[in-house]
Design a protein around this ligand. Structure first.
Ligand code: THU
Ligand code: ZN
Length: 303
């Protein structure tokens, strides 16, 4: 069974460009779509249509809105990030009904999380269908490319973060010299033989970006078709825009066009001394849309 969320044809898209070329885009986004366009396809599209990178981003931006999950607001926001690998990652706002509103992942955040989960190291542009809100500006400010990233709006206006967020408060104010998407890796040990789902969650715990609390926490979920989606823990200098690892796994799932309600298993692996445990919050998130029992396992830091 095809569990894809993504069952709309671009034939009906509000975008003139996408509806005109719907056959091409229906094919590109057909299952399995993994939340991004790889550099080869990006270059082919630029060649085919004689587009600059910016023109391509603006033209395909409406496609990101197809992934929106907004049962509360019904407000659709689509985003893209362009990585220095040449890949383009999709983002959409993701709301969870029966959950505090602050579990919402904004579209811009979801594109950045998506790129991060695919091990990107540098983002050079972010395109979005709305002017990024304050929360997103703060989240973008954590990036190692915050000073240079181009922010592109759907009308083609292009600017940098300083224009949106002057006098920025960020990682350096807390004495953190590394930034989001820099290489972080904390070795962790476990005393059990991990299942595939557990090894994925463990790897995400090791990749946590937690320079403020040193909490290492990773999540993995499995859907009924056997697909696995992973998520890592991401902190922010202003604390509130931080992202729980289960929330990040949900981003990964939704941006691949899948339905989170198809979840059959959820695992969280965390450093047993985690000062800022993500366990209870992950449980709340999972149980807001399913009755799957969160499996929790401990790991131990290796110095
Ligand atoms: N939203 C975004 O995704 N990005 C923004 O910068 C503005 C707001 C989303 C969050 C929520 O799902 C909905 O729009 C209403 O605020
Ligand atoms: Zn926002």
């Amino acid at each position: 069974m095809n569990t894809s969320n993504y069952n709309r044809s671009f034939k009906e898209s509000d975008s003139e460009f996408l509806s005109k070329h719907y056959k091409l885009f229906d094919e590109i986004f057909s299952d399995p779509f993994e939340g991004f366009l790889d550099a080869d396809i990006v270059e082919q599209l630029k060649d085919n249509f004689s587009f600059s990178t910016k023109e391509l981003l603006v033209q395909i931006l409406p496609a990101a809105e197809h992934f929106v999950r907004a049962p509360i607001s019904n407000f659709r926001v689509g985003s893209l990030v362009y990585a220095d690998s040449g890949n383009v990652y999709f983002g959409a706002n993701i709301e969870l009904e029966n959950c505090p509103l602050h579990t919402t992942i904004h579209s811009e955040q979801s594109a950045i999380i998506n790129a991060m989960l695919h091990k990107e190291r540098k983002l050079t542009a972010l395109a979005t269908t709305v002017t990024p809100c304050g929360h997103c500006r703060q989240f973008i400010n954590e990036l190692n490319t915050a000073d240079d990233i181009r922010i592109i709006l759907c009308n083609g206006d292009e600017t940098n973060l300083d224009d949106f967020l002057p006098n920025r408060f960020g990682p350096k104010n807390l004495g953190n010299n590394k930034m989001l998407m820099d290489k972080y890796y904390q070795e962790l040990e476990i005393d059990f033989v991990p299942s595939l789902l557990e090894s994925e969650a463990l790897e995400q715990a090791k990749l946590s970006y937690s320079p403020y609390t040193y909490t290492f926490s990773g999540a993995a979920i499995k859907l009924k078709n056997g697909e696995i989606f992973q998520g890592t823990y991401i902190e922010n200098a202003a604390f509130n825009p931080s992202v729980n690892p289960m929330n990040a796994a949900i981003v990964n799932c939704v941006m691949s066009g899948k339905d989170i309600k198809d979840i059959t298993e959820a695992v969280l692996i965390e450093d047993e001394e985690a000062p800022n445990s993500q366990i209870e919050f992950s449980r709340i998130i999972i149980n807001s849309f399913s009755d799957v029992k969160l499996q929790v396992k401990n790991a131990v830091k290796v110095d």
